[in-house]
Design a protein around this ligand. Structure first.
Ligand SMILES: *Cc1c(COP(=O)(O)O)cnc(C)c1O
Length: 254
């Protein structure tokens, strides 16, 4: 090796090659899933989930053409978004949001996937208004909101994962629709652990169809991760959230 790149530069270009290869592989999986489902090429948006990985990785991914990145935890998420503010990226909050972190999330997120209660809507509305007042968000910025749906049967239910029950969706949707600065964009879910995800993703598609009957603009279905994106695309997902398959194993479960 020539010394001109230096150790740091060499490690960075190795990581760049790894991320580019992984990203290409995931894009192929998404394209194959679109084709298998008879859906148009490019109809599914890839959100690369970068939680626990450094801002340098986000920068490299943007260089590979990634347009949408997902984060999970404050303060890591906000710090990373601010460090990458010069990049043309759309920022997604994919993990659960504690009500007392809502204002922090509203200062950087473009899309929040995990809204499952009215109190969180109110806190996001207030935080987003403040972010506009402070100039942390450009004038006219709208925060897209997805309603997270709990797809578990009662016996596989994991309250830690969050999500509104399907019967709570209509009322929660009205709360979001009435909130200033927030835009009801659709639904999101995480498939229950240890079961075939096809049934749950079909149920999510039904919840999404019912929501669209009242709110035609709520077209997003965010479903599918590294392990189950094919099943999600088959069931109509418009957005998949992929972490490990692009970035590698995370140091801890987040
Ligand atoms: C971490 C996370 C993902 C990405 O999961 P992978 O298995 O790494 O692809 C997707 N959605 C949510 C809500 C997450 O927290």
């Amino acid at each position: 090796m020539t010394g001109s790149i230096g150790m740091a530069g060499e490690a960075l270009s190795e990581r760049a090659a790894e991320l580019a290869a992984n990203l290409a592989e995931v894009r192929e999986r998404v394209a194959a899933a679109e084709a298998a489902a008879g859906r148009a090429a490019g109809s599914v948006q890839l959100v690369v989930v970068t939680k626990t990985f450094p801002a340098d990785d986000v920068r490299l991914l943007a260089g590979c053409g990634a347009t949408d990145v997902g984060e999970s935890r404050e303060p890591e998420s906000g710090e990373k978004a601010r460090a990458c503010a010069d990049l043309p990226l759309r920022w997604h909050q994919v993990g659960q949001v504690q009500t007392n972190k809502a204002a922090a999330v509203a200062s950087w997120a473009d899309v929040v996937h995990s809204v499952d209660r009215a109190r969180l809507v109110t806190a996001l509305e207030r935080g987003h208004r403040r972010a506009l007042e402070r100039g942390e968000r450009p004038a006219g910025h709208l925060l897209d909101v997805l309603l997270q749906i709990d797809l578990d049967d009662d016996d596989t239910r994991d309250p830690g994962r969050g999500g509104a029950r399907p019967g709570e969706v209509a009322e929660l949707a009205e709360v979001v629709a009435a909130a200033e600065g927030l835009r009801l964009a659709g639904v999101m879910a995480v498939a229950p652990a240890g079961v075939d995800p096809r049934g749950p993703f079909e149920r999510l598609a039904q919840v999404a169809a019912r929501l669209r009957a009242d709110h035609p603009e709520a077209t997003v279905i965010s479903a599918g991760m590294s392990g189950d994106l094919e099943a999600a695309v088959a069931a109509g997902a418009t957005h998949v959230r992929v972490g490990r398959a692009v970035l590698g194993a995370r140091p801890a479960i987040v």
